[in-house]
Write a protein that binds this ligand. Structure first.
Ligand SMILES: Cc1cc2nc3c(=O)[nH]c(=O)nc-3n(C[C@H](O)[C@H](O)[C@H](O)COP(=O)(O)O)c2cc1C
Length: 196
C-alpha cells in the first residue's frame, strides 16, 4: 500500500469504519494434554488440525501444566487429552482440573460454564481404561457445567499405542481430527447460531 492509501485507511479507521475482514468472528479452541512418550501429543496435533479445518477457528495447543488462567477462561472450547494411567487420567491432568479452583479460582462464578468440552486418550492396551479416562475427564467438565460433546468415538478420540500396532495409526489419527472438527462446529453453533 502506498502512503496515500494508508492515510485514507487510517482516516476511515479513526472515523469508526471497521473493514469487513477485521470484523470476522472467531472462536478459540484450547487443546491441552499431558504426554511423556509423545503418543498423546501426536493425537493432540490431530485434534488441532481438525479444529483448524473449521473456518474462523483459532487453536491453542498447550501442555496442561502450561495453561494460564487467562488462556483457560478466554477459550470458547477445551479439549483435554491424557494417557491412561492405571485405568484413569494421568495425575497431571487431574491436577490441572484441581488447579482450576486452587490456582485460577473458577468458583463461585462458574467461569467454565457453557464452554464446549471434549476428551481424548491414549492407552497401551485394548480395553484397559481409555473410555474410563475420557469419561472421568468429561465428568470433571460436567461438574463445571460445561457442554460436553463426543467425536471420533462414542466418548471422544482414542488410540491403542502398544502391542501389535504400536504408535498412532491412520484411523486413530482420523478420529483425533474428527473430534477437533466436531468440537469447533458445535462451538460455532453454541456461540453464533445465526451464522452457522
Ligand atoms: C504409570 C503408567 C500407568 C499406565 N497404565 C495403563 C493402563 O492402565 N492401561 C493402559 O492401557 N495403558 C497404561 N499405560 C500405558 C500408557 O497409557 C500408554 O503408553 C500411553 O500411550 C502413553 O502416552 P504418551 O506416549 O503420550 O505418554 C500406563 C503407563 C504408565 C506410565
Amino acid at each position: 500500500m502506498n502512503m496515500h492509501v494508508w492515510a485514507m485507511f487510517l482516516l476511515l479507521v479513526c472515523a469508526g469504519f471497521v473493514p469487513a475482514w477485521a470484523d470476522e468472528p472467531t472462536i478459540t479452541v484450547l487443546v491441552a494434554y499431558h504426554s511423556m512418550g509423545g503418543h498423546t501429543e501426536k493425537m493432540a496435533q490431530g485434534v488441532l488440525e481438525g479444529a483448524r479445518s473449521v473456518p474462523g477457528t483459532q487453536v491453542l495447543l498447550k501442555r496442561v501444566g502450561q495453561v494460564t488462567a487467562e488462556e483457560l477462561f478466554s477459550s470458547d472450547a477445551l479439549i483435554i487429552g491424557s494417557p491412561v494411567y492405571w485405568s484413569n487420567m494421568a495425575g497431571e491432568v487431574k491436577t490441572f482440573f484441581d488447579n482450576w479452583q486452587f490456582k485460577f479460582g473458577v468458583f463461585p462464578e462458574w467461569k467454565m460454564r457453557n464452554k464446549v468440552g471434549a476428551a481424548f486418550a491414549t492407552g497401551g492396551q485394548i480395553s484397559s481404561g481409555k473410555e474410563l479416562t475420557m469419561l472421568t475427564i468429561l465428568a470433571a467438565m460436567l461438574g463445571n457445567q460445561m457442554i460436553v460433546v463426543s467425536g471420533g468415538g462414542a466418548f471422544g478420540a482414542s488410540a491403542t499405542t502398544e502391542g501389535d500396532s504400536p504408535g498412532i495409526d491412520e484411523k486413530e489419527w482420523a478420529s483425533a481430527k474428527e473430534l477437533g472438527q466436531r468440537v469447533a462446529e458445535v462451538t460455532w453453533m453454541v456461540k453464533s447460531p445465526s451464522k452457522r
